[in-house]
Design a protein around this ligand. Structure first.
Ligand SMILES: [Zn+2]
Length: 222
């Protein structure tokens, strides 16, 4: 079956920050991973970068050469391919599942990560992006499993890499990005039939709201 492109995209201001090089490393990797799967956001970012290059040209005609625009425009290609970053030997599942921008952070593959159980049918592997204020991890949700209801201190950005989940805001499948702010109390449920693997970035910590929330304390601590 042909793969359908993502339906849920990062917010425009996130794409703008990415294009301007102002996003955190974790967010940049998430956006680049989404771009690898999303032609429409690729076009959007290319537009922002062209605009940014044009603004640089206009503001600094004396010090910026025509090379500046070329350099800015070439950034997207760099982030898509990122050939400078050495990619370790990955297993076949990782190669098939994980777009290149994220692959370099996963060592020898998804299965080799230090997975920790975070509830029934939920496992998490924390990734190191060098910023203790932002928790970045891969989360595997078993088919049909439910993440405990929680709210967010600030912002939770989730991108689906495999399978699909549903919550009160909709259905999210491969490539889709879900953004949850502090006012959303949600409980994602993986669809039956296939495990769901997501890249999740949490800024400001999680706060579990259900009766079992005490059991989930490890989830919110590094
Ligand atoms: Zn998109």
């Amino acid at each position: 079956m042909a793969e359908i492109g993502p339906i849920h995209h990062p917010d425009e201001d996130v794409l703008l920050d990415y294009a301007a090089g102002k996003a955190s490393q974790a967010t940049s990797v998430l956006v680049a991973t989404h771009l690898a799967l999303c032609p429409s956001c690729r076009a959007e970012v290319r537009k922002f970068e062209a605009l940014g290059g044009a603004l640089i040209e206009a503001e600094k005609p004396a010090t910026m050469s025509a090379d500046a625009l070329t350099a800015v425009l070439s950034r997207l290609d760099d982030s898509e391919e990122d050939e400078a970053r050495p990619v370790e030997q990955c297993d076949a599942q990782t190669l098939a599942l994980i777009p290149q921008p994220l692959r370099g952070y996963l060592g020898s593959g998804v299965d080799s990560l230090p997975w920790k159980t975070r509830g029934i049918g939920i496992r998490e592997a924390v990734l190191d992006f060098g910023d203790p204020a932002i928790r970045t991890s891969l989360v595997r949700i078993a088919p049909g499993a439910r993440v405990l209801g929680h709210t967010h201190g600030d912002l939770e950005t989730t991108m689906v890499l495999k399978g699909a989940f549903n919550d009160s805001t909709g259905r999210y499948a491969r490539g889709d990005v879900a953004v949850a702010t502090s006012d959303l109390d949600h409980a994602p449920v993986a669809e039956t039939g296939e495990e769901c693997i997501c890249l999740i970035i949490v800024e400001g910590g999680l706060r579990f709201t259900g009766p079992l929330s005490r059991l989930m304390n490890p989830f919110v601590r590094l």
